[in-house]
Design a binder for this molecule. Sequence first.
Ligand code: ADP
Ligand code: MG
Length: 251
Amino acid sequence: MAVLEIDTVHKNFGGFVAINDVSFALEEGETHAIIGPNGAGKTTFFNLITGHLQPDHGSVTFDGRAITGMAPHRIVKLGLARSFQRINIYPRMSVFENVQVALIARDAMHFKLFTLGAALNRDETSELLALVGLGDEANEVAGELAYGKQKQLELAIALAANPKVLLLDEPTAGMSPQETAESIRLIEQITVARGLTLLFTEHDMGVVFGIADRISVLHHGVIIASGKPDEVRNDEEVRRVYLGGSSHAAA
Ligand code: ADP
Ligand code: MG
């Protein structure tokens, strides 16, 4: 069963075609990686799914519902949450407050913010911080966390929406190999613990093989291959255009 269906979605920027009639289905419960070199169109593809960009034509269906043209915050409320390639947190607020505010937004309790104050969602905030490994950093200023921990915080913020499907745009971008390995392990654990369907982008092919059930390769705005990791790894076209003929990961 496809939980997310993209049908011939197209996006051009002033004549430059960034996403070229892409059709794609995300199966419920799977972990699916979209890989492709920088500039392939991965972030644009995510923006088209999450309502941050409108397609020139084509449709996006989430959970059996047409979401094309819907505002991003409404799509989040339906259960489709994402993280961004660039860090997207409130840097001056504490780690705890960042997650707490996300929970308040989810519950649309803005009007109660001042009456209930800091007591709001405290337990769930602590739970989420523990889940992403930030239990000890709750009171630190978010913008002063190490880079890898800021990415963990973003993950907690995305999870605060209580999503059914999670989209992560290059979750390990800018991380050291060790941080990358730890981060992938964490994402894997959380996906299982929360029963999430996960779609993530990555430019380094090597990162995805341990975690993805399926991989789709995006190249110049077109999905040139889609399948199990081994199928994709051995695909002639993928090797030619993406790996440059080598079996090693390419950036
Ligand atoms: P990726 O995430 O795979 O690195 P992007 O989706 O960010 O790729 O970009 C795909 C292509 O579209 C790039 O050539 C980029 O320069 C172009 N692009 C992305 N966003 C815009 C925009 N808002 N206006 C013009 N060109 C854009
Ligand atoms: Mg990108």
